[in-house]
Design a protein around this ligand. Structure first.
Ligand code: 13P
Length: 287
């Protein structure tokens, strides 16, 4: 069922586990994510970047597809449909399209403007029963055209935004979108600890979930992270499985070129990656 992310994240924070946000790109991605969540009896957040929304022809198409798929596949676990790194305008488009959750990424604005815009969206989302994620400090690397410098968040600014009544807060703690470079210094647990001390029960969000070592994931959860975003890792799994299928010449034998066959190994690979992450995050059986 389509729900806001509020209850699932509050439960996760209290239960010391995290709910995965898996970004979707098309029908296969969405189907793989929903089926895996159901199989694992886990709550799930489907992330949609503005670029992916455009690729899928618009947020209305995405919302209609997700809602219909939940019904047709008989998905009973909690599912949140969430805008990832939304612009101010993108947030309103998703509210109108029927998303159940949005992220307003105001991290590139001066803090006062981030506060003002976030505050306005908190009120709109409250009226609609939607959840809202805000961001302070920036996530390094690039997420579908959104480029961040990767500076650590200021814990006092985090508190300022958390006090506005947002559902969850993404704070830069040295995390990066995409693959981590060899010389990455790791997550700043000092920053995370300081943020959690000031923001209390607020579920914290860890972006850039791809490639973070397991022990760091577990430590982040122990310090208040209740939502972890994964995008690149599913893309890599999909690409790898698809390449193997083609390199083995399977598309050339019989009806192996049928898109339902051609895309099947990649879809199964996405499912396996999501399952692995749900196990690591501790959300299996928590629906
Ligand atoms: P990765 O692509 O590094 O997994 O990051 C995903 C993300 O944070 C989406 O907002």
């Amino acid at each position: 069922m389509l729900v806001s992310a509020k209850e699932m994240l509050e439960k996760a924070k209290a239960g010391k586990y995290a709910v995965g946000q898996f970004n979707i790109n098309n029908l296969e991605w969405t189907k793989a994510a929903l089926l895996t969540a159901q199989e694992c009896n886990s709550p799930i957040i489907l992330g949609v970047s503005e670029g992916a929304g455009k690729y899928m022809t618009g947020f209305k198409t995405v919302a209609a597809m997700v809602k219909a798929m939940i019904e047709e596949l008989g998905i009973t676990v909690p599912v949140a449909l969430h805008l990832d790194h939304g612009t101010y305008e993108g947030c309103y488009k998703c509210i109108e399209a029927g998303f159940s959750s949005i992220m307003f990424d105001g991290s590139h604005y001066p803090i006062d403007e981030n506060v003002a815009k976030t505050k306005e969206l908190v009120e709109v989302c409250a009226k609609k029963g939607m959840s809202l994620e805000a961001e302070v400090g920036s996530i390094g690397g690039e997420e579908d055209g959104v480029i961040g410098k990767g500076e650590c968040a200021d814990p006092n600014e985090c508190k300022q935004i958390a006090d506005l009544g947002v559902t969850m807060l993404a704070a830069g703690i040295g995390n990066i979108h995409g693959k981590y470079p060899e010389n990455w210094e790791g997550l700043s647990f000092e920053t995370l600890d300081a943020i959690q001390k000031l923001t209390g029960d607020m579920p914290l969000v860890l972006h850039g979930g791809t490639g973070i070592p397991e022990d760091m994931i577990k430590k982040a959860i122990s310090l208040g992270v209740a939502k972890i975003n994964v995008n690149t890792e599913c893309q890599l799994s999909f690409a790898d499985a698809t390449r193997k299928y083609i390199e083995a010449g399977k598309d050339l034998s019989g009806k192996g070129f049928d898109p339902r066959k051609l895309l099947a190994p990649g879809t199964e690979a996405i499912k396996a990656t999501i399952k692995e992450k749900m196990e690591l995050f501790g959300s299996v059986g928590k629906a």
